[in-house]
Design a protein around this ligand. Sequence first.
Ligand SMILES: [Zn+2]
Length: 536
Amino acid sequence: MVIITSSVYSQNLKFSHQDTLRGTITKERIWWDLTYYHLDVRVNPVDSTLRGVNTIRYKVLTPFQVMQIDLQEPMQVQNIVQNGKELSFRRDGSAYFITLSETQTPGDNKEITVQFAGKPQVSKRPPWSGGLSWKRDANGNPFVVTTCQGDGASLWWPCKDHQYDEPDSMLMTVTVPESLTDVSNGRLRNVTTNPDRTKTFTWFVTNPINNYCVNLNIADYVHFGEKYQGEKGQLDCDYWVVSYNLEKAKAQFKEVPRMLEALEYWFGPYPFYEDSYKLVEVPYPGMEHQSSVTYGNDYKNGYKGTDESNTGWGFKFDFIIVHESAHEWFGNSITTKDVADMWVHEAFGAYSETLFLDYHFGKKASSEYVIGTRTKIRNDRPIIGPYDVNTEGSHDMYYKGANMLHTLRQVVNDDEKFRQMIRGLSKTFYHQTVTTKQVENYLAEVSGKDLTSFFNQYLRDTRIPVFEYKISKKQLSYRWNNCVAGFNMPLKISVDEGVIWLNPTTEWQTIKARKGAKITTDVNFYISKKDLAQKQ
Ligand SMILES: [Zn+2]
C-alpha cells in the first residue's frame, strides 16, 4: 500500500472476538486448502449494490465438517450449496460457519458455491479504508473501484479471508453497465454483451493471488500497451486509463520499462509474466493490486506532488509506479501469512524506491534518499505487530524498514552479494506465503551472519542503538548501548581519514587511537552515536 500522509493513522490495540476470528488460522480454516475461486459478480452503480456467486474449490487436508467463510456486514450470504444440496450455516459477525453434510475425506477436491448480495461498505478514504468507491469521472461517467487491504476482501465478496492461504488460480466474471469497462486481475479472456444492456468481462489469474489484491475497476477506460523484453522473455504491459487522460498517460507511463529494468535487476524476474503487468487508473493514489497495479498519482513524479525524502531525489521517479509495482515481488509473489509481519511487504516496497534510484542515478542519490526518509520514522511501536488478530505493526515498517535493509546492506558490505540475497528471496519464496522467521533465517544463512539480534533490534524493539565511544590515554573505547541483549552489529567508522570496521558489542572494547582523533560513523547505518568524552 501507499504511505498515509496525515494524522488519520492511529490504531486501537484492543482486540475483539471478531479480530481473532479474522486474524487466526481457526480450526474451521486449517483443515482445507483453498485451490480456486470463480467470483461472478454483478455491479450496479445505480443503487450501489453487488450481487453474485463465489465458487470455492478446495482440497481436504484433514477430516472436519465445519468450514469458515467470511463476509462482512452489510453484505449478506443468501445460500451456500455443495453438490446441489443447500447447507446450513451459523453467522458470528463476519464469519459464517458452514456445516458440511458430505463426509470430507483427506485428499478429496471439493467445491461449494456461495450466493451473496448487498450494498457494501463505502470506502471513506481509499485505499486506507476499505470498501467500494462509487465516483464519477470528469465527464460524469461512473467510476467504481474496490480497495480492501487491511479491512479484508470479505468487505465485498465471500472468501477465506486470511493471508496464509491463496487460491492457485482465479476466474472473475464481472457484469457492468454496457457503456463501462471492468479491469480486474490477470488477463482479459472475453467480453460478452448481454440483452439487459450490460457487458460481462471475464478475467483469469493463473497464479496464486492474495485476497486483498482482487479488485474491480469500472470506468470509461481506454487501453494502450507495449511489450517489455525482460529477464523471463516478453512481458505484456497493458495500460487502462480514463479516456481524457490518454496522452498524459502515454508520457508518464514511460516510467514502466525503467521501473521494470531496475526492479528486475535487484529483485529478479517480474513474478507474474503469465498474468501480464497492468497499470489501471483509479480515483485514489494507488495500490499494489496483483497484475493490475492501480494508479492515481496525477501523472506526476513524486508522491502526490511531494518527495518522501525531502532531498529532491523523490521527484526523479513516479512513486506509485515504483513502490506499488515493487509489491508484485514483495507482497504479491511473497505474501506474509500474518499481517503482523507486513514489514516484508512494506520494507522492501519502500526500499525499492532507493534501489530504483541506485540503478538509474547511482549510489549517492539512493543513499541520500533513504537517509532523507528517516525524518518519517516514529519509533512508536515495534515494526512487527501482534499476531493472530489481523493487526499490522508500526507504520515504521516503511521507512525504518527501508533503513534497516539499507543498514543490512552495509553490514553485508558487498552490493553484488546483497543483490543476490534479495533475488534469492524472490526465488526461494516465489508465490508462497511466509513468516518473518523464514525471511530472517534466509537472509542470515545467505549472508553467513548471525542476524538474530539485528532483526530483534530493528523489528521487535523501538530503540535506536547508540554507538558510545570515547578517546582517552591514546585509546578509543566503544560499545553498543540502548539496544537489545547481545546486539553485535559490525560498524564502519572513520578515525581521522582512515576507514575501519569495528565489531562492537554491549561490552566495552578498545583500540589504539591518537588523542583528539576525529571519529565519524558511516551515515548509511541507521544508528545514533554519542561521544562520552564530550560534556553533553
Ligand atoms: Zn506499500
